[in-house]
Design a protein around this ligand. Sequence first.
Ligand code: NDP
Ligand code: GDR
Length: 371
Amino acid sequence: MKKALITGVTGQDGSYLAEFLLEKGYKVHGIKRRASSFNTQRVDHIYEDVHVENAHFKLHYGDLTDSSNLTRIMKEVQPDEVYNLGAQSHVAVSFEAPEYTADVDAMGTLRLLEAIRFLGLEKKTKFYQASTSELYGEVQEIPQKETTPFHPRSPYAVAKMYAYWIAVNYRESYGIYACNGILFNHESPRRGETFVTRKVTRAVANIAQGIEPCLYLGNMDALRDWGHAKDYVRMQWMMLQQESPEDFVIATGKQISVREFVRMSAAEVGIQLEFSGEGINEIATVVAIKGDDAPGVKTGDVIVRVDARYFRPAEVETLLGDPTKAKEKLGWIPEITVEEMCAEMVAYDLSKAKQHALLKQHGYSISVAKE
Ligand code: NDP
Ligand code: GDR
């Protein structure tokens, strides 16, 4: 039975990857951080009671900032495959916490690679690094592929650039099977609530149900190549099953704007929006309502506004990936379209919003967490 170790197992990708590897018959070890309340919601459904012998899914307390802890876990698990998905992964937050972001995202990667080397696991353990389209930042070529030069635009992207190159360096220096998946944005109902797609689908559902009045966004012109996390974790595994390690761009090859994603999400609950105004004054107004999913709004309501607090000191305006290498060498093609993904996310958030609305209707006070 193959053993995998996943950092960031409690995150969006970590949870889908753990499910995927368990289905493939792996024993899966994950690193979870100590928190003051439970932080395992995304993996609770696959969690096995620690008292069960030979459980296939085991969680270890750990942190990417703690090398002794990482080395101890690596020694205990002796993994065949390590998936380094753990990160301070929010670009905007990285401007607020640049040093911490570098410690986790850059140095954390080095710590794992050093643990492999220190324990003499260079020939046994394969290493996947969660690299990112944010490396391209100020894009030098459209679409972006494996050979496109990098120009990172945030402390997050700069930290990930170190991680990218240290993985390449340990491959070249010590023969470790290390590869970078340069993944473009990928989303799902498990996406963190402060990333733009989930922020939008959640707010649209809440507004439709009369729980929130308005969605405040930053740069709605930003263009992204959005895929589904389930398709992308499959590719993370495929990358580690090759004869020799290589780096791959993973993307859909299509892009839409944040504004278009808002329009698409609203349409899922039967709300037709009209956008007007420019820049900081842009708004979206309800012009028609179909079906009965949006009793909380009426035509003429302004439900989207711009708030400058969500602008970034340096923005990545456009990202569009070219996944040709992944298609040709690995036979990977994304199966879920952005429209299908948006529908799945809105349906999930709408079911939560309906539960909240029902509680409110029966006199229970509810609070909705916001950024
Ligand atoms: P999430 O933010 O959903 O998950 C990040 C994970 O890292 C969580 O499990 C989090 O723990 C954990 N983590 C954060 N800080 C530490 C730390 N100091 N020590 C150990 N673990 C830590 O990210 P995604 O699942 O979306 O992304 C997975 C990886 O892929 C990340 O590295 C991200 O940067 C990268 N990536 C993501 C893309 C995307 O579009 N989703 C695209 C390209 C790259 P906790 O649950 O406790 O917060
Ligand atoms: P990104 O994702 O920065 O691409 O990083 P995010 O969803 O945060 O932003 C995408 C674009 O939307 C614009 N935007 C807003 N973003 C957020 N979060 N909140 C807003 O209110 C808002 N309004 C507009 C942003 O400015 C940006 O242009 C994600 C993360 O998962 C990274 O870890 C990963 O490496 C990259 O994707 C690929």
